[in-house]
Design a protein around this ligand. Sequence first.
Ligand code: NAP
Length: 248
Amino acid sequence: MKRLAGEIALVTGSSRGIGKAIALALGREGAHVWVNYVSSPERAQAVVDEIRNAGGQATPIRFNVAVPEEIDLGIETILKETKKISILVNNAGITRDGLSARYSVEDWDAVQDTNLRGAFLTTQALLRPMMKERKGAVINIASIVGITGNAGQAAYCAAKAGMIGLTKSLAKELSSRNIRVNAVAPGFIDTDMTHELTPDQKEGILKQIPLGRTGTADEVAEAVVFLASPAANYITGQTLVVDGGMAM
Ligand code: NAP
């Protein structure tokens, strides 16, 4: 029996990396997955094809989570077709690293607008239909650096810490409507985002991971599927850390 049969899921930023693994995993569990992307339609279509070829249902949807009007239009398009979205994964994110003394306001805004404001506005656009259904699971992809902080990532850490606060506040607001809101905080996961690091930086990080290796996008996706599934029906407002023990 598939754990998410009959559910409709939207995964922001699911054309690559962790979002792609989440979309594939939700699709395997029977959810109809809306695969959101901003700049790579071919990759998004490839994710959709992979889900469909495995017998699942998926549809691509382009919108930029940093642009409020695009979010509204995207959600409107989805709801016209599927009437409801019962699982939302706010995964789309960017990093713009740099030391605070020289950090630009443009980079600060881009990081907040994509990671934090994008997650809030996408959730907000879905609240009415979710509240009407009296059912929903929202999962925000934060990061362990939102808990620990990290030199050279003040904007990103602030955005990810903000997502954890957002998760708890929304969980408190929405529990009475049977909408659960949780966060997943990955550690060091092998994706395009972390490929930008130098070999020295990677080696330094690996030394801090008790399990001795980087994580995979699939390992993050498993945590998301759990939080989206009925197995987590009594869990809300939590941050599940998936980091090989890095932030103990
Ligand atoms: P990634 O490989 O860089 O992929 C980013 C994804 O987000 C892509 O699908 C991209 O779409 C999409 N995206 C970027 N900006 C967007 C926007 N404005 N609107 C809509 N979609 C947008 O990143 P990743 O490593 O998989 O990270 C996914 C999430 O996990 C992020 O929130 C990240 O902060 C978080 N995270 C990652 C790690 C890690 O080690 N990798 C650790 C902790 C947390 P296009 O392909 O169309 O550009």
